[in-house]
Design a protein around this ligand. Structure first.
Ligand code: PMP
Length: 294
């Protein structure tokens, strides 16, 4: 993720990644009390374009707020810092990882000291381009009454790590997690859509990360006249779907080949997911032609 020349933003300064250090007594390290984001920038004819920077930083600020973590930067300031950071790293196509850690404090009350860190690196499509073979995890998404599921809190990702380890150790590419009620929730780091009889369905908010890619896809569907509905569905319903895909900043749009023993019957190239994968690529570059736009 970094080399000798990599620069990071660390508490108001741009410094070499190799010269940065973190606190052994940090509450983030001990208890997972920190918040982060995952953002992408894309190379365009006009230089780097950070996709939906404000939405990502808004979610970061929401996470910090609910965890009582001090974060005294506005979305605009964070965006400006990020563009500068990309420039200093000579990156245009990049993955950006803002991370707010909490300071030395071994109590269970959020430390007043926080660190604002932004890193960036070159990262291809996180789940690759090939269709995924997915396993339903034995781990569920956390109960929304036990945490803020819509906040990207570092500690929440142990659940994602458990399910990914489980899936990979059994030879699968990724994990699908159900919610506490047994309904389909999402992948360990991406949202899920299924296609059935020409229509798309995705679980509503409540037990899932409110994905910015998910919202973008819903918006594109509405503009392009692709029927889409937010609705809870069961694993059995998903296993009678025609097709399925995941969405996320890192993963972008990626199709599924199978879920457990079930093979999705529709040819990927003929699905809405495939079409949306191409539309999403155009959208992030600011090149989507909105024929139906008012
Ligand atoms: N679900 C989870 C659990 C995630 O970690 C992510 C990545 N932030 C997503 C969904 C997708 O969200 P986004 O489209 O905002 O990247």
């Amino acid at each position: 993720y970094f080399n000798d020349q990599s620069v990071v933003f660390y508490n108001g300064k741009f410094i070499k990644a190799k010269e940065a250090s973190s606190d052994l007594y940090s509450q983030s390290l001990h208890y997972g009390n920190g918040v982060f984001e995952g953002i992408r920038s894309y190379k365009t004819d006009n230089g780097a374009r950070i996709f939906k920077s404000h939405e990502h930083y808004k979610r970061l600020k929401f996470g910090a707020e609910v965890m009582n973590i001090n974060l005294n930067y506005s979305e605009d300031e964070l965006t400006e810092i990020t563009y500068k950071l990309l420039e200093l790293n000579n990156l245009e196509d990049a993955y950006i990882r803002p991370l707010i850690t909490t300071g030395a404090n071994m109590s269970l009350l959020t430390s007043e000291e926080t660190n604002v860190i932004i890193q960036c690196w070159e990262w291809g499509k996180y789940m690759g381009d090939k269709l995924l073979r997915v396993k339903t995890s034995k781990f569920q998404r956390p109960n929304p009454k036990s945490c803020f599921v819509e906040a990207k809190v570092t500690g929440h990702y142990v659940n994602s790590i458990l399910s990914t380890n489980e899936a990979k150790s059994e030879g699968y590419d990724e994990a699908l997690l159900l919610d506490m009620n047994g309904k389909v929730a999402e992948c360990s780091g991406a949202n899920v859509f299924m296609q059935k009889d020409g229509k798309l369905y995705t679980p509503p908010r409540g037990h899932i990360m409110a994905g910015i890619t998910r919202a973008t896809i819903i918006e594109i569907c509405q503009e392009e006249g692709i029927p889409v509905e937010e609705k809870f569905f069961t694993l059995d319903e998903l296993k009678s779907a025609d097709a399925c895909f995941f969405t996320g900043t890192a993963a972008e749009v990626v199709g599924l080949q199978s879920l457990d023993e079930y093979e999705f019957p529709m040819k990927w190239e003929e699905t809405h997911g495939f079409e949306l994968m191409k539309l999403y690529q155009a959208e992030v570059l600011g090149q989507r032609v909105k024929e139906n736009a008012l």
